[in-house]
Design a protein. Sequence first.
Length: 500
Amino acid sequence: MARARVRGIYATALTARLLDDGHEVVDASPPIRRRFEAEFGTEPPDVRIETSADRQGVGASGDPDALDAVRGLLTGAGRDALAWPDPTPPGTVLDGEVTETLGGGAVVDLRADDGRPGDGGGARGAPAAAAEGYLPYGGVDARVETGDPVRVQVRESAAPWTDRRPELAGRLRVGGDLVALEPGSGTRVDVRDDEAARELAGMLDLLDLDPPAGWRAVWRPPAVDADTEALTTGLDAAVEAAEGLRAATGADGEGGADDGLGVLDERGRLRDAPLAAPNAGVWVWFGRESRGGLDDARRTATATMPGHHRVKAGSSDASAGVDLAEALCAPAADAEFPFAVVADAFGPREGDALRIDHGKPDGRLITLGEATVTGVDADGTVTVEREMSGGGTYDGLGVDREAGDVAETSLKEGRWWYPTTYRGRDGAVRGTYVNVCTPVEVFPDAARYVDLHVDVMKHPDGTVERVDDDELAESVAAGHTPEPLAEKARSVASALENAL
């Protein structure tokens, strides 16, 4: 059994799945406490689960064994839930080198375990270090310049399908949601309630516990409602983490060169030293089918409209609209997802620009550019067009791409494929390329899916060709595409071959 803390738009659904699976949820938010008849403790969590910044999935980090215990629960939401190990979960200490200085911080090239700059690659289960991180100037005591070696700690990780960098700090910090330890003296209390702050400030004396030399306790807001046993457990865990960090990195917490930034040898270079990875991490992307599975789990605890998580994943405005709709009336569980209503309220609309976000099973996201919306149908079909530039050939079709050609793409919500037809200036069809993918989701600003490698195309002479089955097989072998998802892709491709 794992203790988990859950936050974000998937919190209710994941809380239901965690409790059903025998796990414990701690530090629950007020809405979660209202929706479940369960005891929610205040003990430090083994695993923290939070919605990604773009609302497309979740990141989970914590004790490796506890993370293993809940990983299957996250990926089991649907066939199109895909997971990738996080090479930089919060708390990880890495060596790196400043490669660029920006207005508010520095870009740091992070090093792989052997001291070489990481390339962001690595097979599932054994990823290399993330290629880059972002170090805000406020997170470091010394000035940094391009070329400086640094030792940094990850404060906030970043999903592999986004263009964000992990956020770093040059000062060490350990601990959890109740209490943390950082280099310094005295006690710091991050609580606005003055009376509660005074009580927590004297808690170390009451508990007869002392942080390691050179470290100070930082009490966090959840500590206000925690009992003495939970506070003791949290502080013990923080002390253990601080000792582990000291052993792994040589950090003495005394505010000297060894407390984070600038662990150098006599030649002014980074010393070879073990890096600390107190947490394991995983990122899970939810596709449309998975969001539907999470809707079902949420519905066991509270009123949930069809497409609840699908709409919330689209935009913050749409998320607020869902909350209002569910507060006003209880939606029927068997109702259809109201795509036309959602698109009319939040987009996309005819004339809008729409990105095509082309995900890959290995976690990458490739944007295929923007297209103009030329039609939005009530059945969830959105048609977009792009005018092509000249030069080269159309991928797989072997047809020259000429200036003035038009690519017309039909994106239907929930369909496991979408076609793009290329036409010349005279309207003649130059070929059709059908991409097999996870169920398409058409959000206000982008259509999203994960490409499943295998594709079907129709040449100008009417010949139908299926391609890239070998790439799908390689993806399965690499652990990027689960076999049930691959089998669905093959089935869809076979159906398309027959239909075309």
